[in-house]
Ligand binder design. Structure first.
Ligand SMILES: NC(=O)c1ccc[n+]([C@@H]2O[C@H](COP(=O)([O-])OP(=O)(O)OC[C@H]3O[C@@H](n4cnc5c(N)ncnc54)[C@H](O)[C@@H]3O)[C@@H](O)[C@H]2O)c1
Length: 404
């Protein structure tokens, strides 16, 4: 059992102070480090750490996890979890959490700002003014009221954009490969072509699954209406930038905003290289769709809360790797969390060990996910240490945690 007062937390990569505050409020001992650590440094520092918090730069390899003798959970204070060896974490019964929704509002607000800026040709008016040109012409500038926005990918971001775009007077259509409920008055299109041919603005909010690489190219740009605007704030790999440049320079599209690129500079000093540089009415931003102070604070709170809830209640809701279990807490109970291999008969075996020791089960929840199962059991009264030993000794047991 982890003594709550002795939970050690190691946070790397300058995680937002709200996360530190949230974890310290539980009485945890939190060490926050400015930079990422490499494998060897992390192996040295991970000894005795119960909770590890990282962002995108720290790699948590199988070797690191082997050295992590006390680790129960990892918080990725970002969206992606590719930097963590998830199969190795699951094999060790370590829960991994991330923040899949925290910056979605920020992306939506940037998309809306860019739609207005491009529709009013603000980029050109702004650069004209900076070079001394006073041009009050209204040609080519429009209101967005009544314009048709076509959203490709109706997930967390696409749906929020749908609601906000409609609230400022736009007509919303969307296309998603999955069956999605249309919000408000949004119109679902049966095909991507139908959406492209009927929208004034096309904005991509698809995920980065392998099949989406290069899915938007010359053919799709050609299908868009003349003078339409194009936005991509999703993933750089999904768009053919040579084809986008051609669609812009030929005048087929009237503007574009791009936040994500197939190849992005690694560090601050590295040059940004792109076919899209230097084009008029094109807004280029350095992958900042989700980069706001609000989103960082939200990520800090969200992931810290998930980690604390896992330590205290064994709750795995929205875990990236373990089955999702959230058993309501009952006062005065002992709680046992059991991560195991998903094979037939585990539940029966656990309950027979409990029954043999006359332990009363007051609440129980089991969920499975792929190779693993996660069982949370609340029991009342005292129980012999032998109960835990027998549960630990089961062939299928990956990890047993006594929570209270
Ligand atoms: N620019 C940024 O800083 C930033 C910040 C956050 C998220 N993102 C990116 O934004 C994208 C959307 O994020 P989300 O949280 O809304 O994801 P999500 O998984 O909730 O939604 C993606 C949707 O796209 C649909 N989809 C996938 N491929 C499709 C295709 N080829 N055609 C039509 N629909 C398709 C899926 O069915 C799903 O509904 C992701 O790629 C994410 O990485 C970028």
């Amino acid at each position: 059992m982890i003594d709550q007062a002795k939970v050690r937390v190691l946070l790397l990569e300058s995680i937002h102070p709200d996360a530190v505050t949230r974890l310290e409020a539980n009485g945890y001992e939190v060490e926050s480090v400015r930079n990422a650590l490499d494998e060897a440094e992390l192996i040295e520092r991970i000894d005795g750490v119960h909770l590890l918090g990282i962002r995108s730069k720290t790699r948590v390899s199988a070797k690191v996890l082997e050295a992590a003798n006390s680790l129960v959970a990892i918080g990725a204070f970002c969206i992606g979890t590719d930097q963590i060896d998830l199969p190795a974490a699951s094999r060790a019964g370590i829960a991994v959490f991330n923040a899949p929704f925290s910056n979605t509002r920020s992306v939506v607000e940037l998309a809306l700002a860019e739609i207005i800026a491009l529709t009013r040709r603000l980029t050109e008016k702004n650069s004209g003014m900076h070079s001394g040109v006073w041009d009050k012409a209204a040609e080519g500038s429009h209101e967005i009221r009544g314009r048709r926005i076509g959203i490709v990918g109706y997930g967390n971001i696409g749906t929020q954009l749908s609601v906000l775009a409609e609230s400022i007077g736009m007509q919303v259509s969307f296309y998603d490969t999955a069956d999605k409920l249309a919000l408000g008055n949004a119109r679902r299109c049966d095909s991507l072509d139908e959406l492209l041919e009927s929208s004034d603005i096309i904005t991509l909010h698809v995920d980065g699954r392998p099949g989406n690489a290069g899915f938007f190219g010359a053919e799709q740009f050609a299908r868009m209406t003349k003078g339409a605007i194009f936005l991509n704030l999703s993933r750089g790999i999904v768009v053919d930038h040579v084809a986008l440049r051609e669609a812009l320079t030929s005048g087929h599209l009237s503007g574009a905003a791009v936040d994500v690129f197939p190849k992005e500079p690694k560090g601050r000093g590295d040059e940004f290289v792109s076919e899209l540089r230097g084009l008029p009415n094109v807004i280029l931003t350095p992958h900042i769709g989700g980069s706001t102070e609000e989103a960082q604070s939200d990520i800090g709170n969200f992931v810290a809360t998930k980690l604390a809830s896992f330590v205290q209640e064994g709750n795995t809701t929205l875990s990236v790797n373990l089955p999702s279990v959230a058993l309501p807490v009952q006062e005065g109970m002992s709680r046992i969390g059991h991560v195991h291999l998903n094979t037939p008969g585990v539940l029966a075996q656990v309950n027979s060990i409990l029954a043999d020791h006359k332990v009363n089960v007051e609440g129980q929840l089991l969920t499975t996910r792929g190779e693993y199962g996660y069982l949370v059991t609340d029991i009342s009264g005292d129980y012999a240490e032998d109960v835990l030993e027998q549960l630990r000794a089961m062939d299928q047991t990956v990890r047993l945690r006594v929570l209270a």
